[in-house]
Design a protein around this ligand. Structure first.
Ligand SMILES: NC(=O)c1ccc[n+]([C@@H]2O[C@H](COP(=O)([O-])OP(=O)(O)OC[C@H]3O[C@@H](n4cnc5c(N)ncnc54)[C@H](OP(=O)(O)O)[C@@H]3O)[C@@H](O)[C@H]2O)c1
Length: 225
């Protein structure tokens, strides 16, 4: 088994996922990059060099994630961590006004695809006593009037704790990353006074580089202002 550790990252084409890929390569890790935007992933992988592998695909397809992880492990020989990070909000908020088809697409991504990342990763993570990192949100810790997006992140919050309990049985770890507002393409308008994606990437890097004895169940990162 190669010495360099490997992390699989979903939502790696922009925002928090891209910043985390850059941070982990700077740390000496290898990265597998999954998102739908093939061109962005290939440009990022080229920028990061031999340590990065672009794995374009739709994470709402379990088979696509399983294939991506198999390709990543074939390339780098091991999987030490998975960062289930791909997610989206809703254009039309609210249960009365919202669009049930848009809810379905969001739940497929924020909940089902995150479960698929876990399902596809666990057999490999068990071999390395590895680490699962899930992107929740502060919106999954407080009640926001009528927020269906926030409710999808309450799922992530609960599931992360449950996976932490399960994974500790074989020496694995699970960390929930709960950001406040971050200036990424998640929002149509720039948010210059909020967090930068690098702030979240640094939290993920910190979690992934703790010694085996140290478990970080949860990290909350809020903008100061
Ligand atoms: N920005 C914030 O304020 C904030 C706060 C708390 C939590 N979060 C969470 O942070 C995570 C990352 O968001 P971000 O802010 O970095 O936003 P972002 O820049 O919009 O990133 C979303 C990523 O998900 C990917 N993605 C979307 N649908 C996909 C699909 N079906 N298959 C594969 N990849 C898909 C996108 O790539 P493609 O379009 O190329 O597929 C992109 O790489 C999300 O879970 C979000 O809910 C964000």
């Amino acid at each position: 088994m190669s010495d360099a550790k490997t992390v699989f990252i979903t939502g790696a084409s922009t925002g928090i996922g891209e910043a985390t890929a850059r941070a982990m390569v700077a740390e000496g890790w290898r990265v597998g990059l999954m998102a739908r935007s093939r061109d962005k992933l290939q440009a990022l992988a080229q920028d990061l060099g031999d340590a990065a592998l672009a794995l374009p695909g739709d994470v709402t397809d379990l088979g696509a994630q399983q294939d991506a992880i198999a390709t990543l492990v074939a390339q780098f020989g091991r999987l030490d961590a998975s960062f289930a990070n791909a997610g989206k909000g809703l254009d039309t908020p609210g249960t009365e006004a919202g669009d049930p088809e848009e809810w379905r697409r969001m739940i497929d991504l924020n909940i089902m695809a995150l479960l698929y990342t876990t399902r596809a990763s666990i057999p490999e993570l068990r071999k390395t006593r590895g680490h699962l990192v899930l992107t929740g949100s502060v919106a999954g810790k407080v009640h926001i009037p009528g927020s269906i997006y926030g409710a999808s992140k309450w799922f992530v919050q609960g599931y992360a704790g449950n996976m932490a309990q399960e994974m500790r049985e074989w020496g694995g770890r699970c960390t929930l990353i709960a950001p406040g507002m971050v200036d990424t393409p998640f929002f149509a308008e720039p948010k210059p006074d909020k967090l930068k994606p690098e702030d979240i990437a640094e939290a993920v890097r910190f979690a992934l580089t703790r010694p085996e004895r140290a478990n970080l169940p949860e990290m909350v990162i809020m903008p100061t202002g």
